[in-house]
Design a protein around this ligand. Structure first.
Ligand code: SAM
Length: 244
């Protein structure tokens, strides 16, 4: 998979993406990440990439020329996504879709954003990583890259992990999980998980996924069409574990 990132801070993205499983995947050639410095495509001595907005207003905007020159020189994989708070919300479903592709590109804004003509004529879409305003697109780019690449076949040690995580096929949050010791400071692991009764453990896990999602993400419950009668019975059989 090839991923190209266009930014005025290529080192931020490159450094983040050099560690952990993603760093290994780059080393083995599974992921070909190319970070392009937009300032290399400026023409003035100050390497200027921004200017003030037509019509006045606060802050500066990124000029279109360095962005277009950089993209044209790199011939990057499409789709090219601009990162921005006004874009389509990036989610696990889109991460899965992109993980099955040959590649994609990300354009990071800075300042008050970019000249709108880039949206109109250059990129294929805009992605938001949440209803927050970041100082630039680099953290958002790292988030997208990590979420996508961990789903690329062969990248994660355990291929089952993405299937049993939050936002997987059942549209729920993951259930609470525990490891050793079974008793730490009197904080004990639920008895059912130590029972060896795997059918009961599966029922408990589903009940906990439902409880947790109902509590923290009722929108996800609504999106999957509510709670089925058999799930309602599970909720009564297994009460929720404590949450903060
Ligand atoms: C300070 S923000 C600009 C915000 C813009 N003035 C607005 O109100 O929508 C600068 C850059 O950070 C990035 N950015 C900020 N918030 C983001 C988010 N929630 N998702 C993705 N990128 C974001 C974008 O690339 C954006 O161009």
């Amino acid at each position: 998979m090839r991923i190209d990132v266009f930014t005025i801070f290529p080192g931020l993205v490159d450094t983040f993406c050099s560690e952990a499983l993603l760093g290994k995947a780059r080393g083995s050639g599974l992921v070909d990440l190319r970070c392009h410095d937009l300032r290399e495509h400026t023409t003035d001595v100050h390497r200027t990439v921004d200017d003030s907005p037509f019509g006045g207003g606060a802050g500066m905007l990124m000029r279109p020329e360095p962005i277009v020159a950089s993209i044209e020189a790199a011939n990057p994989p499409r789709p090219i996504f601009l990162l921005g708070p006004g874009g389509r919300r990036f989610d696990q479903a889109l991460a899965g879709e992109l993980a099955g592709s040959a590649g994609f590109s990300l354009l990071c804004g800075r300042y008050e954003g970019i000249d709108h003509r880039i949206r109109e004529h250059v990129v294929d879409g805009e992605l938001s990583v949440g209803d927050v305003v970041l100082g630039g697109g680099e953290v958002a780019a790292c988030l997208v890259i990590e979420a996508v690449t961990r789903l690329v076949p062969g990248l994660m040690g355990n291929a089952q992990s993405p299937l049993t995580e939050s936002f997987a096929a059942d549209g729920l949050l993951e259930e609470p999980q525990y490891t050793r010791p079974a008793d730490f400071r009197g904080w004990t692991v639920p008895e059912v998980l130590r029972s060896g009764d795997h059918a009961r453990i599966d029922r408990w896990r589903l009940a906990q996924r439902l409880h947790r999602t109902m509590r923290y993400r009722p929108d996800l419950i609504e999106a999957r069409g509510g709670i089925a009668p058999n799930e309602q019975r599970l909720l009564e059989e297994f009460p929720p574990v404590p949450y903060p």
